[in-house]
Structure formats: structure tokens, C-alpha cells
Design a protein around this ligand. Structure first.
Ligand code: ACK
Length: 339
């Protein structure tokens, strides 16, 4: 009996299986995604455009006869076999996850056309747009901390499964009607092609520079520690209500400033403890950055003790106040400009 118990893998110790490890990608889909009968889906309206085709909202009738709102991504006609594979890879990745802060896969339609991926519907759309629309409306900073806690919790789950996201940014977080934030965007080609923020590096990779850790930009060292760096940028986006990180600085200037030790200053009305957490995520040495589990714990403590959020970092004058790692620089110092 004891032998048997030790042989059983604990849930949670499960690691993610990359769809490319399957010789037959269709097998990965069969293993991780449920095939949905197209007649149970009712498409209602177009809500956006994805890399492979339209994103719509609609309803899905479950076997229990209950109807739920869903998002429906479809693969546009005239696709190649590789495009179909890349499109469906998102479902075979998403289908391995089961967490309240990760977008939930309902299933796929592959037996008839168009090929579709069905996920839960997130009423408030992507986090960056949502925050811009509600600029300054959340006087309760705790609401924002709750959102950041959710994202960190989803990321902890992913990193525990050894999944590295590579494109964590507010634009890739979805928000539901209860303001629960969920990590989305799991395609294989997506970091390369789908993200308008991704720029080509000198080495030919396509990377969303402003969100990416220096070692990932320099030599493509993508790890959960580089996801942590991106997470710090997401924290900054949340507190600044969807402001663009590093404003209008060019990608080259961002890379240079980071290398010289400059970091984003605290957004307006940002609690000191939160800015410190961001700075921890932006440690140059990746082993010194916190882990997602530690971030969840820290945010939980802050939520339980709202007084800890009262001390605010200095208001910043956009473009005129900057921070050197952990040290407040002179009020009128500027980020180094292009040479
Ligand atoms: O900012 P948005 O409204 O949120 O516009 C984009 C668009 O589709 C293209 O990706 C929205 N979207 C994507 N997935 C979902 C989903 N599961 N629920 C609701 N909206 C979604 C996204």
C-alpha cells in the first residue's frame, strides 16, 4: 500500500506537456481538449480579431442543458495545415490548466468547419483596455491589489507546472464581470506573431521589449523569473490604469536605461510597498527576484492589513522623476536619452 501511495503523483506536481512533444498534434488536442458538437454553440456577435480569425461571443449549451456565455475563436478559411496546428496548440495548452485565474477552455470544434476554440466569456475584456476605460475610478487601491493577487496566483499555478508564459502583459489578461483577472493567450506562435508590441531584436527574435526581462531580450533566457519581471510591469500597468510602460521612449532607449539600472518610477498614488515589490521583480539578477508564491503571500498580507498600503510613494512628474534601482533619484533627473 505504501509503495502504491508513493507511486501516485500528487495533483499540482503535474507539469505541462508541450504540444510539440507529441508526434501527432491532433493527439494532443484529443488528450487535452473536449470536442464540442457545433450544434450546441450559438454565436452572437463579433468582439474582436485574433491572429487566426474572428473572436465572437455567444452561448454554449452544456450536456446538463445549462447555457453559459462563451468566447469563440474561429480559424479563418484558407488556412494551412501549420496554421491549423498553431491555432489549436493554444487549446491543447489551455486544456491542461485548471485554475480560477487561468482562462478556462470549454472545448474545441475540429470535426466541422470553421475550426473553433471555445473558452469562458470574460465580460470586461482585456485588462489594459478595461483600466484605461476606468481611469482613476478605483479609489480603493485594494481592488487593484486584488486584481494583482489574482494574476500572481494564476502565474504561480503556471510556474508550478513549469509553464513559462513569455508574454505576460495587461493586454493578455482578461477580466470578468466580478473583476476576476485571468491569464490568457497561450498559443505557440503568438509571442512571435500575434502581439503588436513584439519587436524584432538584433538576433531575429520577436519580443515585447517593454515587458521582457533583460536576459530574455539578450539571450532568450525565458524562465519563470523572466515572467516575474513581466509581472512587475503588469503591476505598474494596473496601478497606473493602463499607462504605457516607459511612455514614448523607444525600445532601444528602454533597453539602455534598464541596463544602466534605471527602473520605472512609482505611478501616481502608488503605495510604497507595491512599488518596492515591482522593484524586486526588476532585479537585474534573476535569482534575486521573488517567486510567484512569495508575491501571492505578500499581496495577501497587504490585503489583510490595508494600513500597510497607506504610505504612498512620491507623486511622480511624468518624464522628470525617475528611480535608480531602489533609490529615489533627484526630482528633475531624466531617463538617459538616445545618443
Ligand atoms: O479587449 P477585448 O475586448 O478583449 O478585445 C480582445 C478581442 O477579443 C481579441 O482578442 C477579446 N477576447 C478574447 N478572449 C475573450 C474572452 N474569453 N472573453 C471575452 N473577450 C475576449 C479581447
Amino acid at each position: 500500500i505504501y509503495f502504491f501511495l508513493t507511486a501516485v503523483k500528487l495533483p499540482g506536481s503535474r507539469t505541462y506537456i508541450h504540444p510539440h512533444t507529441y508526434e501527432d498534434p491532433n493527439q494532443a488536442i484529443r488528450d487535452f481538449a473536449k470536442e464540442i458538437d457545433a450544434s450546441t454553440i450559438r454565436i452572437e456577435r463579433v468582439i474582436g480579431a485574433g491572429e487566426f480569425g474572428e473572436v465572437c461571443s455567444g452561448r454554449l449549451k452544456l450536456p446538463s442543458k445549462r447555457e453559459i456565455y462563451v468566447a469563440i475563436k474561429s480559424l479563418k478559411a484558407g488556412y494551412s495545415e501549420k496554421q491549423r496546428r498553431d491555432f489549436l496548440s493554444e487549446a491543447s495548452i489551455m486544456g491542461q490548466f485548471d485554475h480560477p485565474n487561468i482562462i478556462r477552455l470549454e472545448g474545441v470544434v475540429t470535426r466541422c468547419k470553421p475550426v473553433m476554440i471555445i473558452t469562458e466569456y470574460m465580460e470586461n475584456g482585456s485588462l489594459d483596455t478595461f483600466l484605461k476605460k476606468h481611469d482613476g475610478q478605483f479609489t480603493v487601491i485594494q481592488l487593484l491589489v486584488g486584481m494583482m493577487r489574482g494574476i500572481a496566483s494564476g502565474m504561480k499555478y503556471l510556474s508550478d507546472m513549469s509553464y513559462v508564459h513569455r508574454d505576460l502583459a495587461a493586454r493578455n489578461i482578461l477580466v470578468n464581470s466580478n473583476l476576476v483577472c485571468k491569464v490568457s493567450d497561450f498559443g505557440l506562435s503568438r509571442v512571435l506573431e500575434d502581439d503588436p508590441e513584439a519587436a524584432y531584436t538584433t538576433r531575429g527574435g520577436k519580443i515585447p521589449i517593454r515587458w521582457t526581462a533583460p536576459e530574455a531580450i539578450a539571450y532568450r533566457k525565458f524562465t519563470s523569473a523572466s515572467d516575474i519581471w513581466s509581472y512587475g510591469i503588469v503591476m505598474w500597468e494596473v496601478i497606473s490604469y493602463g499607462e504605457r510602460p516607459y511612455w514614448e521612449m523607444s525600445n532601444q532607449d528602454v533597453i539602455k536605461a534598464i541596463d544602466e539600472g534605471y527602473r520605472l518610477p512609482a505611478p501616481m498614488d502608488c503605495p510604497v510597498v507595491l512599488h518596492q515589490l515591482m522593484l524586486d521583480c526588476w532585479e537585474k539578477s534573476r535569482s534575486e527576484r521573488p517567486k510567484f508564491g512569495q508575491i501571492v503571500n505578500t499581496l495577501d498580507k497587504l490585503i489583510r492589513n490595508p494600513n500597510s498600503l497607506k504610505e504612498l510613494a512620491n507623486r511622480f512628474l511624468k518624464d522628470h522623476v525617475t528611480l535608480k534601482t531602489g533609490v529615489m533619484a533627484a526630482e528633475n533627473s531624466v531617463l538617459p536619452s538616445q545618443e
